[in-house]
Structure formats: structure tokens, C-alpha cells
Design a protein around this ligand. Structure first.
Ligand code: AMP
Ligand code: GLY
Length: 420
């Protein structure tokens, strides 16, 4: 099978690396890819993953059997619908189902009509109504942009002036949700669905704040762990019963015919698990921690999704722990410099450390340069979370470029306190 992966992040590098090890993949292409995917696949660097025509033309040219869509933007624009019309298989939901992520207003309504536990929320599109509600609030409140925002469309705060600024800015172009602030600990569950059945992958947790001790602004994610030690099998059963099952029942009832990855972002509260959000694709950076632990042939796994045979797929998962540390450009998630040369990227033994590139490129002197805010994901592996953490940080210390930074505490709260 020939596969085309869409995207250029570390998530797509991780997906591509897994495909490169598959016995059933005979051709591997990435559009646009990065300097890391260039080593293991053919980068189609001129192709915009959001441009269906370009993607479909590339599929014909290279005889692609299926497309794996990494990021949310092409999904929300309907790339899967367009590929289907052209007779090309895809891993990813069609446009109507992608609204579970691309519209927080739609996904909140979906949760409510399917009785899925979630934070209470009101949808607002008028600045006057918004000001009135915020001015009446006491304590912490959450504001969420309804449309896509690359992980930067949420503010949790008790500072009314900040909430007003943030919300009024969103209302210039979009609607928003004002949401009840939930407390607890967060976990991410990925499921793979073939349109009829689904399977659950190991749990992950990401670290969304920019700086150590969960300080600073929200980012796309500065690190991740897999699996989450504090998630007991009993809690997973509860999540399945109250959130995952009702979601897939709702998907079936509403005819959303979901083929691909469905991400459940959960808060485990004192009242039980509540759903914060759906994403309609793998998470970044969670995928970088998850992928090295999937021992089954990833090409075969995707083929079972396409063929509607996920239920009987023999999924094999490593017993190792994985910790991913993101190396970011100085200034991220605000303004940052692009095009910084990365002088040296050491090679590590893949049993202990995997390094994924994110949006890196080659310059005209064939040097690797940064081309985004999150530049590398370094994953440490080990038989337990402490060893994985140690391996991740030995490697993170060795990858350096001007003004680069990373968090020093990824995963630590899970082994220092034994919980969250
Ligand atoms: P979302 O994009 O909806 O997952 O929100 C991003 C992050 O904001 C989540 O991972 C949480 O850390 C935080 N967050 C979102 N909604 C809430 C909420 N209702 N209560 C507390 N924190 C939240
Ligand atoms: N790490 C969160 C996301 O991918 O949206």
C-alpha cells in the first residue's frame, strides 16, 4: 500500500516513522513534511494539505492507496469528502463529523443531546450579552472560542478584565462559550473507529501551559506522557460507560459515520469524569509519546480501519512508559523567530529516545532550520515513568538552538505525588 501523510509537525513525523516500519507500506509520502520526515519518506513539500485539488492530484501521480490526515484544518475544510469523491480512502472524518472539533458550539450541543457529562456552558455571540454575563461572574470562569484556534482559544481566569479582553477579541470574528470552571486532573483517550466499531488506545496526558509548574499561557502542548499512571481500570470503565459509548451511539444515531481517530479530552472531577473537548485527529504532542508504544504494524492497523475490521485487529502495546518533551522557539506561543539553524541533532538508541522534528526545513546550505514555534519533540522511553523521564531529559539537554526552551517538569507530577 502507498500512503500519503498530511501535515508537517512532530505528530506527523511520529505517524510517518510508524508507517516506515510497516511491512505493508510500499510507498510513503508526506505533504508538506519536515526535515525529519525527509529522512524516512518522500516529502511533497510544495503541497498544501488544505488544498484538496493539490492533494488529489498528488494521489493520482503517486498511486496513493490511502491518505492519513494529521491536522484538524484539512479535516474541517472537508478534505475527506473530496478524497472520497475522487475514490481515495482516508483516515479521518468527513466535514460534518469534523465539526465535533471545528465548532465547540456544535460539540457542546452534541454532548448535551447525548447526555454526556461535561461542563455547563452558554453560547454567546453578542458583545453586550457577553459583558453582562462576565460582569455577573464570581470566581474562575472559562472562555472558549468556538472555531479552531491551535490550542490557544481557551482562557481560564478569575480576572474579569482579562476575560473581557479575551472574549471581546474572539467576538470580532467568531462566537464563544462561557463555561463552568472544572477542577480535577486531565487525561486524553484516543479511540480508532472504522465507522462501525472502535478500539481504545493507551491513555495520555499533555501539558498545555508554556512554563514549568503549569504557569504561563496555553500552548498547543509542551509535553506529554503515555500511559497515565493515575488512570485506574475502574476509572477507564466509567469513562467508557458514561462518555465513550454514548459518543459512538450519538455518532451512529446522527449518521456521522466516523472513520478515524477520535480524541476525548477529559477532566476527572470529584463528581466523576467530564468531557472537555473532542478532537477529530491525534493530539500533538500526545501522539509522539503514544506511537513508540504501539507495537502492532501501523499500516495494518490503518488498513483495518479502512476495511471496517478494527474490532478484530490484534493490537499489541508495549509495557513501557513514554515521556515527550517539546523543544520550542523562544517567545512561543507568542511571537517567535523562524529560520534558526540547528547545529547538531544527536542520534540516540531508539529503544530509549526518539527525536521527532516539527516544521523544520533545510536551508539553501542544507542545514536544518526551525520553521515553527514547536520545533522538536524528544521522547524518552523506559520500563517506568521515572526512567522515561530521565531518558527524555538527557536527550532534551542535547538539542539546542538559539533561544530554544522546554519545560523541565513533564510527567513529574505523576510520579512525585503518585497521582496528579
Ligand atoms: P479545550 O481546548 O477545550 O480542551 O481546552 C484547553 C484546556 O483548557 C484544557 O485542556 C483544560 O486545561 C482547560 N479547560 C478547558 N475547559 C475547561 C473547563 N471547563 N474547566 C477547567 N479547565 C478547562
Ligand atoms: N495536545 C492537544 C491537541 O492536540 O489538541
Amino acid at each position: 500500500m502507498k500512503v500519503l501523510v498530511l501535515g508537517s509537525g512532530a505528530r506527523e513525523h511520529a505517524i510517518t516513522l510508524s508507517f516506515s516500519k510497516s511491512r505493508s507500506i510500499t510507498g510513503l509520502f508526506v505533504a508538506p513534511g519536515n526535515a525529519g520526515t525527509d529522512e524516512i519518506a518522500e516529502n511533497l513539500s510544495d503541497i498544501d494539505p488544505c488544498d484538496s485539488k493539490m492533494v488529489i492530484d498528488a494521489c493520482s501521480k503517486y498511486n496513493i492507496d490511502f491518505v492519513f490526515v494529521g491536522p484538524e484544518a484539512p479535516l474541517s475544510l472537508g478534505i475527506v469528502d473530496d478524497l472520497k469523491k475522487a475514490g481515495i480512502h482516508a483516515i479521518g472524518p468527513h466535514k460534518a463529523a469534523a465539526m465535533l472539533e471545528s465548532s465547540k458550539a456544535f460539540s457542546k450541543d452534541f454532548m448535551i443531546r447525548n447526555s454526556i457529562p461535561t461542563a455547563e456552558a452558554v453560547e454567546v455571540s453578542s458583545p453586550e450579552e457577553f459583558k453582562k454575563i462576565i460582569n455577573s461572574k464570581k470566581g474562575k470562569t472559562v472562555i472558549k472560542k468556538s472555531g479552531l484556534a491551535a490550542g490557544k482559544g481557551v482562557l481560564e481566569s478569575d480576572d474579569r478584565a482579562k476575560l473581557l479582553d479575551f472574549g471581546l477579541d474572539i467576538l470580532r470574528t467568531d462566537k464563544l462559550l462561557i463555561e463552568e470552571y472544572l477542577t480535577g486532573w486531565e487525561v486524553t483517550i484516543f479511540t480508532l473507529s472504522d465507522g462501525k466499531d472502535y478500539i481504545i488506545l493507551p491513555s495520555c496526558a499533555d501539558f498545555k501551559k508554556a512554563y514549568d509548574n503549569d504557569e504561563g499561557p496555553n500552548t498547543g502542548g509542551m509535553g506529554a506522557i503515555c500511559p497515565v499512571p493515575s488512570l485506574t481500570s475502574q476509572m477507564l470503565e466509567e469513562i467508557k460507560k458514561t462518555i465513550i459509548e454514548p459518543t459512538f451511539k450519538g455518532i451512529e444515531k446522527e449518521g456521522l459515520n466516523y472513520k478515524g481517530v477520535l480524541y476525548f479530552g477529559l477532566m476527572i472531577t470529584e463528581q466523576g469524569p467530564k468531557l472537555l473537548e473532542y478532537n477529530v485527529r491525534f493530539g500533538d504532542p500526545e501522539t509522539q509519546a503514544l506511537m513508540p508504544l504501539i507495537l502492532s504494524d501501523f499500516g495494518e492497523l490503518c488498513s483495518s480501519i479502512i476495511k471496517g475490521r478494527i474490532k478484530t485487529f490484534p493490537l499489541k502495546i508495549s509495557s513501557d512508559a513514554a515521556i515527550c518533551v517539546v523543544i520550542a522557539a523562544g517567545g512561543y506561543p507568542g511571537e517567535y523567530e523562524k529560520g534558526i539553524p540547528v547545529d547538531y541533532i544527536p542520534h540516540f538508541n531508539e529503544k530509549y529516545v526518539v527525536v521527532y522534528h516539527a516544521a523544520t526545513k533545510f536551508d539553501d546550505q542544507n542545514r536544518v532550520i526551525t520553521w515553527g514555534g514547536r520545533c522538536f519533540s524528544v521522547v524518552g522511553l523506559g520500563s517506568d515513568i521515572i526512567t522515561a523521564n530521565k531518558n527524555a531529559y538527557v536527550a532534551a539537554d542535547e538539542i539546542y538552538f538559539k533561544n530554544s526552551f522546554y519545560r523541565h517538569d513533564i510527567g513529574r507530577k505523576f510520579f512525585e505525588r503518585g497521582k496528579s
